[in-house]
Ligand binder design. Structure first.
Ligand code: ZN
Length: 339
Protein backbone atom coordinates (compact mmCIF):
# COMPACT_ATOMS: atom_id res chain seq x y z
CA UNK A 1 0.00 0.00 0.00
CA UNK A 2 1.77 3.16 -1.21
CA UNK A 3 0.61 6.34 0.44
CA UNK A 4 2.09 9.75 1.35
CA UNK A 5 5.64 8.69 0.49
CA UNK A 6 5.56 5.88 3.04
CA UNK A 7 4.68 2.35 2.13
CA UNK A 8 3.04 0.35 4.92
CA UNK A 9 4.28 -3.18 5.16
CA UNK A 10 1.14 -4.32 7.05
CA UNK A 11 -0.70 -7.57 6.31
CA UNK A 12 -4.16 -6.03 6.31
CA UNK A 13 -7.11 -6.21 3.97
CA UNK A 14 -9.60 -3.44 3.36
CA UNK A 15 -9.85 -0.20 5.38
CA UNK A 16 -7.47 1.71 3.09
CA UNK A 17 -8.88 5.01 4.46
CA UNK A 18 -7.46 4.16 7.90
CA UNK A 19 -4.05 3.05 6.69
CA UNK A 20 -3.71 6.14 4.54
CA UNK A 21 -4.43 8.30 7.57
CA UNK A 22 -1.91 6.43 9.76
CA UNK A 23 0.73 6.47 7.01
CA UNK A 24 0.31 10.25 6.74
CA UNK A 25 0.78 10.73 10.48
CA UNK A 26 3.90 8.53 10.34
CA UNK A 27 5.27 10.49 7.36
CA UNK A 28 4.63 13.85 9.02
CA UNK A 29 5.80 12.51 12.37
CA UNK A 30 2.62 13.98 13.78
CA UNK A 31 0.96 11.26 15.84
CA UNK A 32 -2.00 11.72 18.18
CA UNK A 33 -1.52 10.62 21.80
CA UNK A 34 -4.69 8.55 21.95
CA UNK A 35 -6.54 6.47 19.37
CA UNK A 36 -9.72 4.42 19.38
CA UNK A 37 -9.82 1.62 16.79
CA UNK A 38 -13.51 0.78 16.59
CA UNK A 39 -15.20 -2.00 14.62
CA UNK A 40 -16.46 -5.61 14.67
CA UNK A 41 -14.34 -8.39 16.20
CA UNK A 42 -11.78 -10.19 14.01
CA UNK A 43 -11.50 -7.39 11.51
CA UNK A 44 -7.80 -6.65 12.13
CA UNK A 45 -7.94 -3.80 14.71
CA UNK A 46 -5.38 -5.32 17.07
CA UNK A 47 -3.11 -6.32 14.18
CA UNK A 48 -3.32 -2.74 12.86
CA UNK A 49 -2.56 -1.35 16.34
CA UNK A 50 0.44 -3.64 16.67
CA UNK A 51 1.86 -2.81 13.22
CA UNK A 52 1.33 0.89 13.90
CA UNK A 53 3.25 0.48 17.18
CA UNK A 54 6.02 -1.43 15.39
CA UNK A 55 6.21 1.30 12.74
CA UNK A 56 6.59 3.92 15.50
CA UNK A 57 9.47 2.10 17.21
CA UNK A 58 11.15 0.98 13.95
CA UNK A 59 14.72 2.27 13.93
CA UNK A 60 14.96 2.70 10.15
CA UNK A 61 13.87 6.32 10.44
CA UNK A 62 14.02 7.19 6.75
CA UNK A 63 12.81 3.85 5.48
CA UNK A 64 10.23 4.20 2.69
CA UNK A 65 8.63 1.00 4.01
CA UNK A 66 7.32 0.79 7.57
CA UNK A 67 7.98 -1.20 9.61
CA UNK A 68 11.29 -2.19 7.98
CA UNK A 69 11.15 -5.67 9.53
CA UNK A 70 14.95 -5.85 9.75
CA UNK A 71 16.15 -3.56 12.55
CA UNK A 72 16.58 -4.83 16.14
CA UNK A 73 13.36 -3.05 17.24
CA UNK A 74 11.35 -4.68 14.48
CA UNK A 75 12.75 -8.09 15.33
CA UNK A 76 11.80 -7.71 18.98
CA UNK A 77 8.36 -6.42 18.06
CA UNK A 78 7.73 -9.39 15.77
CA UNK A 79 8.52 -11.70 18.68
CA UNK A 80 6.17 -9.70 20.90
CA UNK A 81 8.95 -8.75 23.28
CA UNK A 82 9.61 -5.09 22.45
CA UNK A 83 10.25 -3.15 25.68
CA UNK A 84 8.29 -0.08 24.51
CA UNK A 85 5.11 -1.81 23.34
CA UNK A 86 2.58 -2.91 25.98
CA UNK A 87 -0.66 -4.75 25.42
CA UNK A 88 -3.31 -5.51 28.01
CA UNK A 89 -6.64 -7.29 27.64
CA UNK A 90 -9.28 -8.91 29.82
CA UNK A 91 -7.98 -12.17 31.36
CA UNK A 92 -10.12 -15.06 30.04
CA UNK A 93 -11.40 -15.95 33.52
CA UNK A 94 -12.19 -12.38 34.61
CA UNK A 95 -15.11 -10.12 33.94
CA UNK A 96 -13.09 -6.92 33.48
CA UNK A 97 -9.80 -5.32 32.71
CA UNK A 98 -8.96 -4.36 36.29
CA UNK A 99 -7.65 -1.12 37.75
CA UNK A 100 -4.47 -3.00 38.77
CA UNK A 101 -3.85 -3.94 35.13
CA UNK A 102 -4.35 -0.33 34.05
CA UNK A 103 -2.06 1.01 36.81
CA UNK A 104 0.75 -1.33 35.67
CA UNK A 105 0.08 -0.26 32.10
CA UNK A 106 0.31 3.46 32.98
CA UNK A 107 3.44 2.89 35.06
CA UNK A 108 5.13 1.12 32.13
CA UNK A 109 4.19 3.93 29.77
CA UNK A 110 5.64 6.55 32.15
CA UNK A 111 9.11 4.94 32.21
CA UNK A 112 11.54 6.37 29.71
CA UNK A 113 11.84 4.56 26.43
CA UNK A 114 14.73 2.24 25.73
CA UNK A 115 15.84 4.06 22.59
CA UNK A 116 14.37 7.50 23.21
CA UNK A 117 11.63 6.41 20.88
CA UNK A 118 7.87 6.09 21.19
CA UNK A 119 6.13 4.11 23.90
CA UNK A 120 2.89 2.53 22.83
CA UNK A 121 0.17 1.03 25.00
CA UNK A 122 -2.59 -1.06 23.44
CA UNK A 123 -5.76 -1.93 25.35
CA UNK A 124 -7.49 -4.74 23.48
CA UNK A 125 -11.25 -4.87 24.07
CA UNK A 126 -11.58 -1.54 25.92
CA UNK A 127 -15.30 -2.25 26.43
CA UNK A 128 -14.13 -4.55 29.27
CA UNK A 129 -12.43 -1.78 31.28
CA UNK A 130 -13.91 -1.60 34.77
CA UNK A 131 -15.25 1.77 35.87
CA UNK A 132 -12.31 2.43 38.17
CA UNK A 133 -9.92 1.31 35.41
CA UNK A 134 -11.49 3.90 33.07
CA UNK A 135 -10.99 6.63 35.66
CA UNK A 136 -7.36 5.69 36.16
CA UNK A 137 -6.80 5.69 32.41
CA UNK A 138 -8.52 9.03 31.99
CA UNK A 139 -5.87 10.83 34.04
CA UNK A 140 -3.21 9.59 31.61
CA UNK A 141 -5.22 10.69 28.59
CA UNK A 142 -5.87 14.11 30.13
CA UNK A 143 -2.15 14.81 30.45
CA UNK A 144 -0.71 13.46 27.20
CA UNK A 145 3.06 13.05 27.12
CA UNK A 146 5.21 13.50 24.04
CA UNK A 147 5.93 10.21 22.27
CA UNK A 148 3.44 8.21 24.32
CA UNK A 149 0.59 6.69 22.28
CA UNK A 150 -2.39 4.83 23.73
CA UNK A 151 -4.55 2.75 21.38
CA UNK A 152 -7.89 1.34 22.54
CA UNK A 153 -9.54 -1.32 20.40
CA UNK A 154 -13.28 -1.70 20.89
CA UNK A 155 -16.19 -3.26 18.98
CA UNK A 156 -18.29 -0.11 19.34
CA UNK A 157 -16.64 3.11 20.49
CA UNK A 158 -19.95 4.52 21.71
CA UNK A 159 -19.87 2.25 24.77
CA UNK A 160 -16.83 4.19 26.01
CA UNK A 161 -17.35 7.25 28.22
CA UNK A 162 -17.55 10.59 26.45
CA UNK A 163 -14.49 11.79 28.40
CA UNK A 164 -12.34 9.15 26.65
CA UNK A 165 -13.97 9.55 23.23
CA UNK A 166 -13.45 13.32 23.21
CA UNK A 167 -9.72 12.95 23.88
CA UNK A 168 -9.08 10.32 21.22
CA UNK A 169 -8.69 10.08 17.48
CA UNK A 170 -11.42 7.64 16.42
CA UNK A 171 -10.76 5.33 13.47
CA UNK A 172 -13.69 3.22 12.32
CA UNK A 173 -12.87 -0.18 10.85
CA UNK A 174 -15.34 -1.60 8.35
CA UNK A 175 -15.79 -5.16 7.07
CA UNK A 176 -13.67 -6.07 4.05
CA UNK A 177 -15.30 -7.35 0.86
CA UNK A 178 -15.58 -11.12 0.37
CA UNK A 179 -13.53 -10.81 -2.84
CA UNK A 180 -10.66 -9.04 -1.04
CA UNK A 181 -10.61 -11.76 1.64
CA UNK A 182 -10.77 -14.51 -1.03
CA UNK A 183 -7.82 -13.01 -2.93
CA UNK A 184 -5.77 -12.65 0.23
CA UNK A 185 -6.36 -16.28 1.25
CA UNK A 186 -5.36 -17.59 -2.19
CA UNK A 187 -2.44 -15.23 -2.89
CA UNK A 188 -0.87 -14.83 0.53
CA UNK A 189 -1.89 -17.91 2.47
CA UNK A 190 -1.92 -20.76 -0.06
CA UNK A 191 -5.60 -21.55 0.41
CA UNK A 192 -7.26 -23.74 -2.22
CA UNK A 193 -10.06 -22.10 -4.18
CA UNK A 194 -12.74 -24.01 -2.33
CA UNK A 195 -11.23 -23.16 1.06
CA UNK A 196 -10.98 -19.51 0.05
CA UNK A 197 -14.58 -19.52 -1.19
CA UNK A 198 -15.97 -21.12 1.97
CA UNK A 199 -13.90 -19.22 4.51
CA UNK A 200 -14.19 -15.79 2.87
CA UNK A 201 -17.97 -16.24 2.82
CA UNK A 202 -18.12 -17.60 6.36
CA UNK A 203 -15.98 -14.77 7.74
CA UNK A 204 -18.56 -12.16 6.64
CA UNK A 205 -16.08 -9.32 6.10
CA UNK A 206 -13.68 -10.25 8.93
CA UNK A 207 -10.27 -11.08 7.39
CA UNK A 208 -8.71 -12.21 10.69
CA UNK A 209 -11.54 -14.69 11.18
CA UNK A 210 -11.10 -16.10 7.65
CA UNK A 211 -7.43 -16.65 8.41
CA UNK A 212 -8.26 -18.35 11.71
CA UNK A 213 -10.58 -20.76 9.86
CA UNK A 214 -7.78 -21.56 7.41
CA UNK A 215 -4.91 -21.91 9.86
CA UNK A 216 -6.43 -23.18 13.09
CA UNK A 217 -8.01 -26.57 12.50
CA UNK A 218 -9.37 -26.97 16.01
CA UNK A 219 -10.99 -23.52 15.86
CA UNK A 220 -12.79 -24.56 12.68
CA UNK A 221 -13.81 -27.88 14.22
CA UNK A 222 -15.32 -26.01 17.18
CA UNK A 223 -17.19 -23.83 14.72
CA UNK A 224 -18.51 -26.91 12.92
CA UNK A 225 -19.68 -28.30 16.27
CA UNK A 226 -21.56 -25.05 16.97
CA UNK A 227 -23.21 -25.29 13.54
CA UNK A 228 -24.25 -28.92 14.16
CA UNK A 229 -25.63 -27.98 17.60
CA UNK A 230 -27.91 -25.48 15.88
CA UNK A 231 -29.24 -28.19 13.57
CA UNK A 232 -29.94 -30.37 16.66
CA UNK A 233 -31.54 -27.42 18.38
CA UNK A 234 -34.06 -27.06 15.53
CA UNK A 235 -35.56 -30.43 16.49
CA UNK A 236 -39.28 -29.95 17.23
CA UNK A 237 -38.96 -32.22 20.31
CA UNK A 238 -38.22 -30.00 23.33
CA UNK A 239 -36.22 -32.75 25.05
CA UNK A 240 -33.95 -32.98 22.03
CA UNK A 241 -33.48 -29.22 22.10
CA UNK A 242 -32.48 -29.34 25.77
CA UNK A 243 -30.10 -32.15 24.95
CA UNK A 244 -28.46 -30.04 22.22
CA UNK A 245 -27.95 -27.24 24.76
CA UNK A 246 -26.61 -29.70 27.34
CA UNK A 247 -24.19 -31.08 24.75
CA UNK A 248 -22.76 -27.71 23.90
CA UNK A 249 -22.90 -25.97 27.30
CA UNK A 250 -22.62 -28.95 29.66
CA UNK A 251 -18.90 -29.41 29.30
CA UNK A 252 -17.98 -25.75 29.47
CA UNK A 253 -16.43 -24.49 32.66
CA UNK A 254 -18.66 -22.05 34.53
CA UNK A 255 -18.16 -18.32 34.99
CA UNK A 256 -16.82 -15.98 32.34
CA UNK A 257 -15.69 -18.81 30.03
CA UNK A 258 -19.23 -20.06 29.66
CA UNK A 259 -20.59 -16.52 29.20
CA UNK A 260 -18.13 -16.01 26.36
CA UNK A 261 -18.85 -19.31 24.64
CA UNK A 262 -22.62 -18.80 24.96
CA UNK A 263 -22.23 -15.37 23.35
CA UNK A 264 -20.27 -16.91 20.48
CA UNK A 265 -22.81 -19.71 20.00
CA UNK A 266 -25.68 -17.23 19.93
CA UNK A 267 -23.91 -15.15 17.26
CA UNK A 268 -23.40 -18.25 15.11
CA UNK A 269 -26.98 -19.47 15.64
CA UNK A 270 -28.38 -16.03 14.77
CA UNK A 271 -26.44 -16.06 11.50
CA UNK A 272 -27.58 -19.61 10.74
CA UNK A 273 -31.21 -18.65 11.41
CA UNK A 274 -30.72 -15.67 9.11
CA UNK A 275 -29.32 -18.00 6.44
CA UNK A 276 -32.44 -20.17 6.70
CA UNK A 277 -34.58 -17.05 6.24
CA UNK A 278 -32.52 -16.16 3.13
CA UNK A 279 -33.04 -19.69 1.78
CA UNK A 280 -36.80 -19.39 2.38
CA UNK A 281 -36.68 -16.19 0.35
CA UNK A 282 -34.53 -17.81 -2.39
CA UNK A 283 -31.68 -15.39 -1.75
CA UNK A 284 -29.05 -18.14 -1.93
CA UNK A 285 -26.21 -15.79 -2.96
CA UNK A 286 -26.43 -13.94 0.35
CA UNK A 287 -26.14 -17.07 2.51
CA UNK A 288 -23.11 -16.87 4.83
CA UNK A 289 -22.80 -20.59 5.63
CA UNK A 290 -22.54 -21.89 2.08
CA UNK A 291 -19.88 -24.26 3.38
CA UNK A 292 -22.76 -25.96 5.24
CA UNK A 293 -25.27 -25.94 2.39
CA UNK A 294 -26.14 -29.62 2.91
CA UNK A 295 -26.94 -29.13 6.59
CA UNK A 296 -28.92 -25.97 5.84
CA UNK A 297 -30.92 -27.72 3.10
CA UNK A 298 -31.76 -30.56 5.51
CA UNK A 299 -33.00 -28.06 8.12
CA UNK A 300 -34.78 -25.76 5.74
CA UNK A 301 -38.32 -26.86 6.52
CA UNK A 302 -38.03 -27.49 10.24
CA UNK A 303 -39.29 -24.01 11.15
CA UNK A 304 -41.66 -21.69 9.32
CA UNK A 305 -40.47 -18.25 8.25
CA UNK A 306 -42.41 -16.73 11.15
CA UNK A 307 -40.80 -19.12 13.67
CA UNK A 308 -37.36 -18.37 12.25
CA UNK A 309 -37.91 -14.65 12.75
CA UNK A 310 -39.11 -15.36 16.31
CA UNK A 311 -36.00 -17.44 16.88
CA UNK A 312 -33.74 -14.60 15.75
CA UNK A 313 -35.37 -12.17 18.17
CA UNK A 314 -35.38 -14.76 21.02
CA UNK A 315 -31.64 -15.27 20.50
CA UNK A 316 -31.07 -11.53 20.59
CA UNK A 317 -33.02 -11.34 23.83
CA UNK A 318 -31.02 -14.24 25.29
CA UNK A 319 -27.82 -12.36 24.61
CA UNK A 320 -29.21 -9.41 26.54
CA UNK A 321 -30.09 -11.72 29.48
CA UNK A 322 -26.60 -13.18 29.52
CA UNK A 323 -25.18 -9.66 29.55
CA UNK A 324 -27.40 -9.04 32.60
CA UNK A 325 -25.84 -12.04 34.39
CA UNK A 326 -28.52 -14.68 33.68
CA UNK A 327 -27.00 -18.18 33.60
CA UNK A 328 -26.11 -18.80 29.91
CA UNK A 329 -27.60 -22.31 29.85
CA UNK A 330 -30.88 -21.05 31.30
CA UNK A 331 -30.97 -18.24 28.74
CA UNK A 332 -30.59 -20.78 25.90
CA UNK A 333 -33.24 -23.07 27.41
CA UNK A 334 -35.53 -20.08 27.49
CA UNK A 335 -35.02 -19.74 23.72
CA UNK A 336 -35.80 -23.46 23.30
CA UNK A 337 -39.22 -23.14 24.95
CA UNK A 338 -40.16 -19.88 23.28
CA UNK A 339 -39.84 -20.92 19.63
ZN1 ZN B 1 12.50 -1.59 11.71
Amino acid sequence: MKTSGIKLNWPLIGNDHIFEFLAKSLAKKNVSGSFIFSGPANIGKTTAAYYFAQSLVCEAKDSPVLPCGQCPSCQQAVKGIHGDIYLIKKPADKKNISIEQVRDFIRSLSLSSFLNSYKIGIIKGAEHLSESAVNALLKTLEEPKAKVVVILTVTDFEVLPETIISRSQILRFRPATGDAIYDDLVKNHRASRSQAKNFSRLAAGRPALALKFLQDESYYQDYEADVRSFMDFLNPDLNQRFKAIENIMGEKPGGQESVKSAGKIIDIWQNLARDLVLLELDLVDLVQHQAFSKELAASKNKLSLKSLLNLISALKQAKGYIGANVNPKLALENVAVSV
